[in-house]
Design a protein around this ligand. Sequence first.
Ligand code: ACO
Length: 697
Amino acid sequence: MLERLLNPRTIAVVGASHKPGKVGHEVLRNLINYGFPGKIYPVNPKGGEILGLRVYRSLLEVPDEVDLAVIVVPARIVPSVVEDAGRKGVKALAIITSGFSETGPEGAELERRIVETARRYGMRILGPNIVGIMSTSKRINATFSGLTPYPGSVTIISQSGALLIAMAGRTWIEKVGINDMISIGNMSDITFPDLLQYYYGDESTKVIGLYIEGLKKGREFIEVARRANKPIVALKAGVSRRGALAAASHTGSLAGSAAVYRGAFRQARVVWANDLDDFFDKMLVLSLLRPPENGHVLIITNGGGVGVLSTDEAERQGIELEDPPKDLKEELRKYMPEFGSDKNPVDLTGMATDKEYYGTVSAALSHPWVGALVVLFCETALTSPQKVADAIVRAYDDSGRTKPIVVSFVGGPETMKAADTVKERGIPIYKSPELALRALAGLMEYARILKKGEPEFRPFGDVDRERVRRVLDAARAEGRSFLLEHEAKEVLEAYGVPVARTRVASSPEEAVALARETGLPVVMKIVSPDIVHKSDAGGVFVGVRTEEEVRETFNKIVENAKKYKPDARIVGVTVQELAPQGLEVIVGATRDPQFGPVVAFGLGGVMVEALKDVSFRVAPVTPEDAEEMVREIKARDLLGPFRGQKPRDVGALKEVISRISQLVTDFPEISELDANPVMLYGEGEGLKVVDARIILA
Ligand code: ACO
């Protein structure tokens, strides 16, 4: 059905106006002027003729099949037009009209009605509230803007109509070639996943760019995006904290939608754009270049300064620069004076002319060690920028254009003019070395995405769902919407998460017996559904050493609790294993309004609160995604090896993240979970959850 929307043979414009300047008139004019090769049928009850085409009084009068009806009548008339379209057997509707769900409940109701009608007739709706559709390959401009994009192989789908038009204009400046541009508007029926699916099968589209403000079906988006057969670059706007759950727990308050979206998009294997410039830069490299076959990046420059700047940016982007192998160095040496440098960046010095550029670029592109090439040029008095530009393009052409290359020209008007010619020849070129490196990093990110394994989550088989069910039901039966600490740990344990052994004693004698079993010293804590902050109530004792102390501590804890809250119900006192100190980390889970259950990871203590150094993924999380999640926090160096300490057991950690993600997926009533702190030990030594909280929805 989307085929008829996006590759129509016939298009009707319903609301085609007789008056130039009106939206309905401009849509028709643009369609005609851009040279749509199929049939165009204007529809307007006034009949007559517009721009040389016969006007039909209603869709029902059109003497042909209509694949796509572009609707430009006022909102109140849209329902009757949709009904006519259904009766006519129209396949798809692009509804430009505004005044629907974006305006409030009344508009939302109107929108619901038109979707219902369309579904009844098996029609699909794009919009409403869109600027329309453009396609350079199919010569469609079904929008009210005369601006059409620079032709090429990128398809952009945008939630903002105005921005889509503006971007169409900008593609001419950036030379980002466009196949289709789709305004998705209110997404009443057709959503991002629907269009992604379609464009996976569209051979004219090599890269998909998404401008997203909010997703309607976050999980479906991830499912579809992660199966893409081509790069997807996304610019996500509106990453405010509003979407975060107003929850009391750590993870709840940290689940700002920006971080969740970022994590979800990585999981979905989408290349993230930081801003509009970055969006264009990444679409450009991904549409022009193949991802590198190996990670060696070689930088060639004629200026030390830009070389250093690019080295700094490479480090920021996680690109490691190594010096080239001996034979390549020898080859490069031929094109530089004594005082040049054959290290990485290769410095040809200010003496370099087009000959030196041609020679070194050719040598680098033909050497198997080089995965990707960065060519920098600083305007100097000695050479003409245009000659250097031509030499780079020639060397690239002569190499067969197989390896990725990004270029940066820094200089004045003459240099910028020369840069334009490089751009026009399909080589990404930037006005600063940092931008070139950033764009290359986008390409390398895609190379990593391609290497990722199967996205399917394989559930752990050794989990005890019944045991979890029993614990949750028992809490509910007592009217509680949270679990006590030992219950939360039991739930985790049932899912194979190692926890510090925790038992409840209801008398001092029982506490002593449990302590003997657990092994002294122990930790003892109050168990009461009425005391949330156990420490404030004097209800936590760490390192209780002797049996006598255990007995005394039991009584002390109960006494403190009664003082703190005289009417508190006291279930008993836990006797817990004193877990050895490890690196304190947090694994949590919460519910995101867009994505449902999400899992969070961060370092314990101030790191998580003050630095908001937390990473998120949508549950369930594969161990591979969990590993990425662990490695992307800023304080990742602490996972070691660090200052002589051996590396932490990341293997155990990623398994626990995966297991917890399965738990919150299997039990949707768990609205929040915090395993905090988790003691993470050295490689091969595992981890232990020391404290845990679970809140039920
Ligand atoms: N079937 C076909 N045509 C009809 C029908 C019908 N049942 N009823 C009326 N028409 C004709 C009208 O006669 C008129 O033609 P005319 O000028 O020859 O008389 C034409 O349809 C348009 O109707 P108008 O009442 O004149 O409506 P107008 O053109 O003022 O507005 C529009 C219609 C443009 C759809 C407006 O309601 C609207 O929604 N504007 C916003 C569009 C927009 O911005 N979309 C979102 C873009 S996203 C962004 O960010 C920019």
